[in-house]
Write a protein that binds this ligand. Structure first.
Ligand code: PRX
Length: 653
């Protein structure tokens, strides 16, 4: 793709608005193109230059050690993530600038300047160290969206303790698995968080699983809970008593490849996997991508609605913006509570200039009508972003016109927990956008769409989305399971005479005539529901763990708001007489207990048996076709039991 001329002639192309471009760091396509050519012609040099924008205690000697599929970036360099988010600002004008502005559903607010955040993080790090928690050990953070959660993350980073943030919406069983798999020695939590007017009892969930988590030595809890109803052998440390402001700990220089965090995400098989992200490369990628995609300005009020339990929360609520000295706005609670326009009120009240959110949220707000956003002053906004799932053109247009007043560029950012940072996105001052596409890879990222044989697909031909050169933010492995890392991501396109091995994203995509990437969704058994990534295997195993269920198959059905809805097909144990209507609700709640509410099936369908191949594999493709109402196509001659299929089809009618 050399020019955008063909694209500009099409109807649905939006050139960067002049108001935006005139002030942008990268303000024209030629300027962008120069950067891209320079980066892609010498990728290592490009990342070397980006790494120099960080503070390093000692320089690196090698930019990349690549031993397929293991990458090490900036080896021998020493660095600290907390230092790069906090200490670097102390001698600058950012010192007394607000770093975090926080609001909670019930109206409670707080804010911290960079100096105040630094002071709290340093004191908390000191206290963690005084508990005997040492570099390389892991702490699980299970909290709501509040400053303490960020303080906990940065305090871990300050002393080289690996943080493992578990989304507060996950159930205690899911929490237990993540604590045990990561071998956490401590849990940092809070008594309750707020969600739609309810108190969500986080501490209770921790307390329930504690007897099954032998590695835990300490629990630190914000708002000390009433312990009279708990039977806990470990003393519960009160957050406020734990922090001693007179003790401040300097950031520890850590090797570039020291793990910064584990983050669990769903895959197509088995239990969620703990992706390992390390320090120097991750920070380099996140700092660089933040700068290109969000074009930060000193007086921005930056509002990313992601929870810190997800990768977006890590990279673009915490590390990216703080490295840039941004003021971040965070909200603890549901964005449409206590009233449907809460998100717009937050933007108006705090004069947010950048909004980064998920298409699901946009679709939900869109369905609530235009009057709600129209009753707020959103004129402070200058840039809009989306992440987590494809955005349908209608939602894009609504976001653009109703929220962005037809002047704010939209950055549709494609990336994954595994990639650490944004990979494909428009650079807002330079790249024309089209509703529904994340446009083109960032300079330095060699993404492509390929056929099964690894050769590039033609324009408009669907294929597999891959990355052809290592990048610094890439996950290094799956914690404790190097083999699984290799087999999930690197075995589809291993090195051969034509290429050096490609990272397989699990997504299908096509490139259009202008080279724009259109993400077509997952090609594996991972489903994106409301921007949350769920493995169907995980939900199936939750269902079959119920004593009434023999077999289960979960498939996605397109949904106007959530992107996808989950439909479960189940067979019940033969020897039982069961009230199926009652069982439906029991099963839905059972999945919520095993995983969390986000994984609840939208519908459960009971069937005599499931369609299978002769080798016994459930034919999910057929089930998908049934739920989407499509005609069953393709080869079905391997079906073991045609009657099963007939039964499902007649149920559908
Ligand atoms: O399928 C893609 C989809 O979300 C997956 C990654 O999910 P997760 O690791 O939870 O990270 C989400 C936040 C980065 C991808 O494999 N996805 C993410 N962003 C987009 C997207 N699909 C289409 N367009 C996007 N902008």
């Amino acid at each position: 793709m050399n020019s955008f001329s063909s694209l500009l002639q099409e109807n649905r192309v939006f050139s960067p608005h002049e108001d935006f471009s005139s002030k942008a760091n990268i303000s024209s396509f030629p300027q962008y193109d120069e950067l891209r050519n320079k980066a892609n012609s010498n990728i290592l040099n490009h990342w070397n230059e980006q790494a120099m924008n960080l503070h390093w205690f000692t320089p690196w000697d090698t930019i990349l050690n690549w031993n397929f599929p293991t990458a090490q970036w900036f080896t021998e360099g020493t660095i600290n993530a907390s230092y790069n988010c906090l200490d670097i600002h102390l001698q600058t004008a950012n010192r007394n600038k607000e770093a975090i502005v926080w609001e909670r559903e019930d109206g409670i607010t707080a804010s911290y300047t960079y100096a105040e955040l630094h002071e709290r993080v340093s004191a908390f790090a000191y206290s963690l160290q005084s508990l005997g928690i040492t570099k390389g050990e892991t702490i699980t953070i299970y909290m709501g969206m509040n400053p303490e959660a960020i303080i906990a993350m940065l305090a871990c980073a300050r002393i080289g303790v690996v943080h493992n943030v578990v989304f507060g919406g996950f159930s205690s069983d899911a929490l237990k698995d993540r604590i045990n798999d990561s071998q956490s020695v401590c849990v940092i939590t809070q008594s309750t968080t707020k969600r739609r007017g309810n108190d969500v009892a986080l501490f209770d969930a921790v307390s329930n699983v504690l007897p099954f988590c032998p590695t835990i030595r300490h629990i630190i809890c914000k708002q000390k809970p009433d312990l009279s109803t708990h039977d806990i052998t470990i003393p519960i440390i009160d957050w406020d008593e734990f922090i001693h402001h007179e003790h401040q700990l300097e950031a520890i220089p850590l090797p570039s490849e020291h793990p910064l965090f584990y983050l669990y995400t769903s895959g197509s098989t088995g239990k969620p996997k703990g992706l390992v992200h390390t320090t120097g490369g991750y920070l380099t990628h996140v700092r660089y991508s933040f700068s290109l995609v969000f074009d930060p300005k000193p007086d921005d009020m930056y509002f990313c609605t992601a929870d810190i339990g997800w990768i977006t929360g890590h990279s673009y609520v915490v590390y990216g913006p703080l490295m840039h000295g941004m003021t971040i706005l965070i909200y603890e609670g549901a964005l449409n509570h206590p009233h449907p326009g809460k998100i717009w009120e937050l933007i108006q009240h705090h004069k947010a200039s950048i909004l980064y959110t998920a298409p699901t949220a946009i679709r939900a707000f869109m369905s609530a009508g235009n009057d709600i956003p129209h009753s707020f002053d959103l004129s402070s906004l200058r840039l809009l972003g989306t992440v987590g799932e494809p955005i349908n053109p209608e939602a894009w247009m609504w976001y653009h016109t109703i929220i962005g007043n037809s002047t704010c560029p939209i950055v549709d950012t494609w990336w994954q927990t595994e990639t650490g940072g944004i990979m494909i996105s428009p650079v807002p001052g330079a790249i024309p956008t089209k509703p529904g596409t994340a446009t083109i890879p960032l300079p330095g990222i060699l993404a492509d769409v390929v056929r099964k044989d690894g050769k590039s697909a033609s324009a408009n031909e669907g294929g597999y989305l891959v990355v052809k050169h290592p990048w610094p933010g890439m996950a290094r492995t799956i914690f404790g399971d190097d083999e699984r890392y290799t087999s999930v991501y690197w075995s589809e396109f291993p090195p051969n005479s034509e290429h050096n091995g490609m990272y397989f994203t699990g997504d299908g995509a096509r490139k259009d005539d202008d080279g724009y990437f259109w993400i077509m969704g997952r090609v594996d058994d991972v489903v994106n529901v409301s921007g949350h990534r769920l493995g169907t295997a995980e939900i199936e195993s939750a269902l079959v763990s119920h004593p009434s269920i023999a077999e289960a198959a979960v498939v996605a059905k397109p949904d106007d708001i959530k992107g996808n809805a989950l439909i479960a097909f189940v067979t019940v144990m033969k020897d039982r007489s069961i009230d199926l209507d009652a069982l439906k609700n029991v099963l839905i709640n059972h999945v919520a207990k095993e995983i969390g509410s986000i994984a609840k099936p939208d519908d459960i369908r009971f069937t005599e048996s499931l369609p299978k191949t002769r080798s016994g594999k459930i034919m999910r493709r057929l089930l998908r076709e049934i739920v989407t109402g499509g005609v069953i196509s393709g080869d079905t001659t391997t079906l073991e039991d045609f009657s099963a299929l007939e039964k499902l089809r007649s149920d559908e009618d």
